[in-house]
Design a protein around this ligand. Structure first.
Ligand SMILES: NC(=O)c1ccc[n+]([C@@H]2O[C@H](COP(=O)([O-])OP(=O)(O)OC[C@H]3O[C@@H](n4cnc5c(N)ncnc54)[C@H](O)[C@@H]3O)[C@@H](O)[C@H]2O)c1
Length: 462
């Protein structure tokens, strides 16, 4: 029965009850973060090695975890007068960085140190401090199919039917668990972007998907095989790239059935991060947008892969989706209906991992008078992505211990194209995403939500 059908007295009571439940949530039972946490990385390239070397340096006390919300951010609890601002890592039971073990798959045989040197993100002297540990991380043979990544070719790959490949990946996961005596594992995709593909019938149910694996369906990508194997082994899966992986009914259903959290897609790092900061600001002030032109030049291996139109298409869709959802042109047609949005990525080797992003934003204000904003973001792609990998690994592990399964929308904060349930649109506004993330942590721990209401400041008795 809907609340509208209740009489007025009962409606008031019901609303009061809901608001009480909402503001004073029950603490969720969370299993403790005991034992070691394994982090599995399909892809041992720029992002993975920057993440691994970073965690190793941080736990030796040689660097600080800048950019990591889980490690550096505090969370306000209760009213401002209570002055309770613990660090997130002290508030929720997260795995300790000292308890993390790493493993990866790649199509090249370079160990983590060699791959980091080739990626050229971190200075050699910073890598030397952790070289011994990094040398030991040798990638396992990858599941690879050139139909999905056209601009790369490697020899360090598994063979067999897609079913066999999934079985081999499952065996890799079990071996990692046993050899390192792990209590829990999380997978974070840091491999190359696969070509853009659409959902097909084979993706509809677990049965059709497994049949597709046995029959070598051309519509099952390598990333789906890693995801399937992870979920089957009870391992949460986060997708750092924009391609279709767990966002198919078969794997969503499997994740729910196995009690496994999944999240994606595409780490929100450089240009899109700024886009989802600026766009909500313009909208908050009811400033209109005529056009938004975004272009990037980058020269790393990711740039080479994205030089292929199929992989670029995956990225283009993910990069373009943010503005439409933030501006809501159907609600604000005068301001945003005709906003022209273009995104370009250009492979330019001299830039390496130092990506340069330009944005030209044509806006208008009072009486329609035009103005312009120019953004030139000289960023380091992997420096922005590495702390996201860390936070996702820790929060996905936390989610599983809290009994959360399926799509983890509260982690939208980290993604360009957040996965979401089919009944709702994805939330792109960084500030709403941030509130959602923190309120979910408060909810887990039974703390009241921060509403910024506080009527007592206006002389009103509460
Ligand atoms: N760096 C960022 O800011 C950022 C932001 C959003 C998304 N991403 C995505 O993260 C991913 C990693 O980025 P990167 O800069 O580290 O790229 P990279 O090219 O340096 O590393 C990717 C690695 O994956 C390997 N690989 C490709 N297919 C594989 C497979 N099937 N199995 C195992 N390994 C495979 C490649 O050999 C390569 O070593 C890319 O998909 C990229 O689009 C990066």
């Amino acid at each position: 029965m809907s609340i509208k059908h209740l009489n007025t007295r009962n409606q008031v009571f019901y609303r009061y009850k809901i608001s009480l439940e909402w503001s004073m949530p029950q603490k969720i039972e969370i299993k403790p973060a005991e034992g070691k946490l394994g982090v599995l990385l399909p892809g041992l390239g720029a992002v993975s090695t920057t993440f691994i070397a970073g965690v190793m340096r941080i736990r030796k006390g040689l660097s600080k975890p800048y950019g990591s919300v889980s490690q550096m951010q505090t969370i306000r609890l209760g009213g401002r007068d209570e002055k309770r601002y613990p660090l997130i890592k002290d508030f929720v039971p997260l795995a300790n960085l000292k308890d993390i073990e790493f493993a990866a798959w790649d199509i090249f045989e370079d160990n983590a140190y060699e791959a980091a040197i080739k990626a050229g993100v971190l200075d050699k002297k910073d890598l030397e401090d952790v070289r011994k540990e990094m040398d030991k991380i040798k990638p396992m043979k990858a599941v690879f199919d050139r139909n999905f990544v056209k601009n790369l070719d490697g020899t360090h790959v598994k063979s067999g039917t897609k079913w066999d490949l999934a079985e081999q990946v499952r065996e890799d996961i079990r071996k990692f668990r046993k050899e390192k005596k792990l209590a829990r594992i999380v997978t974070v995709w840091c491999g190359s972007t696969e070509v853009h593909t659409e959902r097909k019938r084979v993706h509809e149910t677990i049965e059709s998907f497994e049949k597709g694996l046995r029959e070598n369906s051309e519509h099952i990508s390598p990333s789906m095989i890693y995801a399937y194997a992870s979920i089957m082994e009870g391992v949460p899966y986060a997708n750092g790239a924009p391609h279709l992986t767990t966002d198919i009914p078969a794997l969503e259903e499997l994740a729910i059935r196995k009690g496994v959290p999944i999240s994606g897609k595409d780490f929100k790092t450089g240009q899109t991060l700024l886009k989802t900061v600026i766009a909500p600001g313009l909208k908050a002030r009811m400033l209109g947008v005529k056009g938004w032109f975004s272009t990037n030049i980058l020269g790393n291996r990711d740039g080479l892969v994205l030089d292929d139109p199929g992989s670029f298409r995956s990225k283009e869709i993910s990069k373009k989706s943010a503005l439409e959802f933030i501006f809501q042109p159907e609600i604000y047609p005068d301001l945003y209906k005709n906003a022209y949005h273009k995104v370009r990525i250009n492979y330019y080797p001299p830039k390496g991992d130092d990506k340069e992003g330009w944005d030209n934003i044509d806006i208008f204000g009072w009486l329609g008078y035009p103005m312009q904003i120019k953004v030139n973001f000289l960023c380091k792609d992997s420096i922005l992505a590495a702390p996201i990998v860390l936070d996702l690994a820790l929060f996905m592990d936390l989610a599983q211990r809290a009994g959360f399964k399926g799509i983890q929308e509260w982690l939208s904060f980290y993604y360009k194209a957040p996965m979401h349930s089919p009944e709702v649109y994805p939330e792109h506004d960084l500030f709403i995403q941030h509130t959602k993330l923190k309120n979910t942590l408060r909810r887990m721990m039974g703390e009241e939500f921060i509403t910024h209401l506080g009527l007592k400041y206006y002389g009103v008795k509460e």
